[in-house]
Design a protein around this ligand. Structure first.
Ligand code: BDR
Ligand code: CA
Length: 310
């Protein structure tokens, strides 16, 4: 059983990621912390609480993270995720409150208490993870790995060069990639293969439990933004759930190891992940970059996880 801490900015795909993570006995979620990203920090916190309320997981401690990026103003993705950050389904109001300690204090407490090294799973901007690593260097040895959604070896989705999570807080991402902790990067290279199609959504809706119904309705809304022909997608890319899918079934993925750096200053390239695919530098490998996905296996895994809520 892998102990994990989910740091997220729900967000439709973050919400689905939480739902998958809570469905499996192979993972032990120790805490959920929230970052500012897809929506403002008050809304992402509220959304995490609403999803955990739907799942009746009041036992999971939740804490709010930094209200904005380390050195920049917050950019939100309300064009993708709507006014609430989770537009679409009708969700319950939060039935429990977050802790009054900060995200990084909660992370520190859980990592310290854990017998085993903990895997961090960020699916939003990396602000909280960077602050946590900088504040508690003595806990680095108790972090197994960081499995993150962010970046791209290919083109960006927020600027031509940058993926949203890294673009929002490049200084934080830079600190994380330089931390020396092993990273598994679920970038756009893999998440754009993790497309969920209309027929997959109907398969999910047919599961007939309240959690699967919520996921289908989240996906109905998430589809809208991704139908724009400029993307060339057939479905909607389920970015954040790739992290959980990799933890549950790494055999669905192909990867390579290399050095990845983060561009913080470029004129056109701020927030770009510079992926040394062909080993052109002598920089030591810091990242496992996921590059190929068995899409059907990914969808089957989602269905299997949602059936666990029957
Ligand atoms: C990432 O940005 C957010 O909109 C999604 O939740 C995902 O984490 C994709 O670029
Ligand atoms: Ca996210």
């Amino acid at each position: 059983v892998t102990p994990i801490i989910l740091d997220c900015d729900p967000g439709h795909d973050d919400a689905i990621s939480l739902i998958l993570a809570m469905s499996s006995s192979a993972l032990k979620p120790l805490a959920v912390t929230t970052s500012a990203g897809n929506q403002t920090p008050d809304k992402t916190l509220n959304n995490a609480l609403r999803i955990l309320t739907l799942l009746e997981r009041h036992d999971i401690p939740v804490a709010a993270g930094a209200p904005k990026p380390l050195a920049r103003e917050l950019i939100i993705a309300d064009n993708v995720h709507g006014e609430s950050g989770l537009d679409g389904p009708k969700l319950p109001d939060p039935a429990f409150a977050p802790l009054t300690i900060s995200a990084i204090e909660l992370m520190a407490q859980k990592v310290r208490e854990s017998d085993e090294a903990v895997t961090l799973v960020p699916s939003g901007p990396l602000t909280n993870i960077a602050l946590f690593l900088a504040t508690y260097p003595e806990l680095h040895s108790k972090i197994e790995r960081i499995v993150l959604m962010g970046g791209a070896a290919e083109a960006g989705n927020w600027t031509p060069a940058a993926e949203f999570n890294i673009f929002v807080d490049p200084e934080a991402a830079d600190m994380v990639f330089k931390s020396g902790i092993p990273i598994t990067m679920c970038g756009l290279d893999i998440t754009h293969q993790a497309q969920i199609m209309d027929e997959d959504i109907e398969r999910i809706r047919a599961i007939h439990n309240p959690v699967a119904k919520c996921v289908a309705e989240l996906l109905d809304f998430f589809m809208i933004y991704h139908r724009d022909p400029k993307w060339g997608f057939e479905g909607a890319p389920l970015h954040d759930p790739c992290t959980i899918a990799w933890l549950l079934k790494p055999e669905l993925f192909t990867s390579y190891d290399c050095w990845v750096g983060v561009e913080t200053k470029g004129e056109y390239t701020q927030g770009m992940t510079v992926v040394d695919r062909y080993q052109l530098t002598n920089n030591p490998h810091n990242t496992q970059v996921l590059c190929k996905l068995d899409r059907q296996g990914f969808v089957d895994l989602i269905v299997e996880c949602l059936n666990a809520y029957n």
